[in-house]
Design a protein. Structure first.
Lengths: 278, 329
């Protein structure tokens, strides 16, 4: 029986086919995990919904943004924030896999070695898409809308997808580096909370005191939120004297994401190799 | 290299920081035979398996499995081996069947075979009626069996089992031995590690004894037994003053070194074939010793070390093998 696997010369065609089937096998496993523990999806389903409701109905009345309604402004910020928070999912599942012995099994199989990472990635990306759909729908319900051309709206969703890819790779890196699901939770909150709140995700940076305002304006989250708002035709509340990334949010966001991926992907692959070869 | 060898190692060594987990190991396992790696925790057994299964890189030396070099042709090696580790590497959140099917897919088996192989192995390992249960509900023994099933999915010609019966009850242990004998009869080459002399004796064609990363003895089970001796008689005396007379009483029946342990108040020795326990008791009585207990037992790994190294028990390494790998990882 082993002949089926072994006698095939590993030509490039076969290798690609195996890489894809291995990736799908791992993604299928992640999907089965989610079926067993649906609460894993809370961070990409209930949490964004809560934020939309909280900010639309509780805080929203007290916050005013220049150039439009707060609910129009809000959704772009929550989309970016949720995707960024979404890095927790891959971080925790990778950390769990590394902690338990299951990776040893995978590594002793003739599977493509990077397929493990890409399988995770595929599953997590699907979860992120779900989050984007939920937020779009809940945004529409509270009075948000897209006031831009179809092309621009598609570009908006494209940007969110790219951001999702970066968040998943960042989460994977975090999970591999930390290796304990509990530590991931702690670390993520220390880093992600200030990063997303000291930004223009929920309030215009013009309202912030000096010092904090500069931090918020250079924060990539601010540029990303402004870029999404720009592409969806929502108010951005960017002050006239804002720094370059905020004044050119779409270009700045692309630079942030591409640079981020260029650093994080090779770093993650290297760390993964190192942590799993003893 | 011998064409008939399924596993060959030459000068295999592995160092974790200052500590040599494996030092200059040579192995040669003919295809279709069973090698037992015998040693205490920390002797280097797991390290040897990790290198041979491409999970770890040797610091020096070389090895080949099924004709392929573990360092440079890892992918080829992985297509031809099955591995079951000490900790059952199965996925808790999948059913037993889903675990085996996933492994089948990752071995790139044809679609239909993925299903049929999973069914076949669940049946064979007595897991058929729990095949659709989540693994997290399994007992330790069931997990071990599933882990073993996973290693057999692709019907690999070379099988590595790291302490396969640790934690199994005696009945499950004998079941597993039977299964392994069937596999070997079908042509599978097996390398297993164990801390139990009787297990190596039951299954292995040849035995390599590891101590702190080095080979201290190798040979067939019969050769090893002739050095270690067979059945032991153990006398439990009631005071240290009784140890010398008990030892001299036992000397009449001994077939090898008489070992006394003043701490535990024990005197023990391998005895000649056909020695009857009643004769030993009579001899003790003649010396005026009222022994608390006299019994027979099969030789253990400790007896092997006592016979081979003259020390009662190897100081187990301060770092247990697993901790060692944790640190290294």
């Amino acid at each position: 029986m082993q002949e089926t696997a072994s006698t095939v010369d590993s030509g490039i065609h076969t290798r690609v086919r195996w890489f894809i089937s291995d990736t799908l096998a791992i993604a299928r496993r992640s999907a089965a995990h989610i079926r067993q523990t649906p609460e894993k999806l809370l961070d990409v389903t209930m949490q964004p919904l809560m934020f939309v409701l909280l900010f639309a109905f509780v805080f929203g009345g007290a916050i005013h943004v220049a150039g439009g309604s707060y609910r129009e402004y809000l959704v772009g910020g929550i989309l970016v924030q949720t995707i960024f928070f979404g890095m927790m999912g891959p971080a925790i599942s990778i950390a769990t896999d590394l902690k338990e012995g299951v990776l040893e099994r995978f590594r002793s199989l003739p599977m493509s070695r990077s397929a493990f990472l890409f399988g995770h990635l595929t599953a997590e990306l699907t979860a992120m898409l779900l989050a984007v759909v939920i937020m779009t729908v809940s945004g529409l319900i509270v009075g948000w809308g897209i006031n831009a051309s179809i092309g621009s709206a598609i570009a908006g969703y494209g940007l969110l997808l790219l951001l999702a890819a970066l968040a998943i790779w960042l989460g994977t890196l975090l999970g591999i580096a930390v290796r304990s699901p509990d530590a991931v939770m702690g670390l993520a909150f220390i880093v992600i909370f200030p990063l997303t709140f000291v930004s223009s995700a929920f309030v215009g940076t013009g309202t912030l005191p000096d010092g904090l305002r500069q931090v918020a304006e250079w924060n990539p989250i601010s540029a990303l939120a402004a870029a999404v708002r720009t592409l969806f035709g929502n108010p951005t509340a960017v002050p006239g004297d804002a720094v370059w990334p905020l004044a050119h949010p779409v270009l700045a966001s692309l630079i942030w994401i591409v640079a981020g991926l260029a650093v994080v992907i090779p770093l993650t692959m290297r760390l993964y190799q190192r942590k799993t070869t003893g | 290299m011998n064409d008939n060898s399924a596993i060959v190692a030459r000068g295999l060594s592995k160092r974790y920081d200052e500590l040599w987990a494996l030092r200059d190991i040579d192995l040669n396992v003919p295809a279709g035979s069973v090698l037992g790696l015998l040693g205490h925790n920390g002797a280097g057994k797991t390290t040897a398996i990790r290198i041979l299964t491409t999970l770890a890189e040797p610091t020096s030396g070389s090895a080949s499995v099924a004709g392929f070099d573990v360092a440079t042709e890892g992918a080829r090696v992985r297509e031809r081996i099955g591995v079951a580790g000490q900790s059952a590497t199965v996925d808790d959140l999948l059913t037993a069947r889903a675990n085996l099917e996933m492994v089948g897919r990752l071995y790139h088996l044809p679609k239909g075979e993925v299903r049929s192989r999973a069914d076949e192995l669940l049946e064979r390992l007595g897991l058929a009626d729990v095949g659709d249960r989540l693994v997290k509900t399994f007992s330790g023994g069931m997990r071990r069996r599933l882990d073993l099933a996973a290693s057999l999915v692709a019907d690999p010609p070379v099988l590595f089992l790291d302490e396969p019966t640790t934690g199994l009850d005696p009945e499950a242990r004998i079941e597993l031995w039977k299964l392994l004998r069937e596999l070997v009869a079908g042509g599978t080459t097996l390398l297993l590690t164990t801390q139990y002399l009787d297990e190596a004796d039951q299954l292995a064609d040849s035995i390599v004894v590891l101590d702190r990363g080095r080979v201290i003895e190798e040979g067939s089970p019969a050769e090893l037994k002739s050095r270690v001796g067979g059945e032991r008689v153990v006398i439990n005396v009631s005071g240290t003053q009784e140890i010398p007379p008990a030892a001299s009483a036992l000397a009449r029946f001994a077939d090898g070194h008489i070992d006394s342990d003043p701490g535990e108040l024990l005197v023990a020795a391998p005895v000649q074939r056909g020695t009857r326990l009643i004769e030993v008791v009579r001899a003790l009585d003649q010396e005026g010793i009222d022994a608390a207990d006299v019994h027979r037992r099969e030789p253990t790994l400790d007896d092997v070390f006592l016979a081979l190294t003259g020390t009662r028990r190897v100081e187990s390494d301060p770092t247990d093998e697993h901790e060692l790998e944790e640190v290294a990882a």
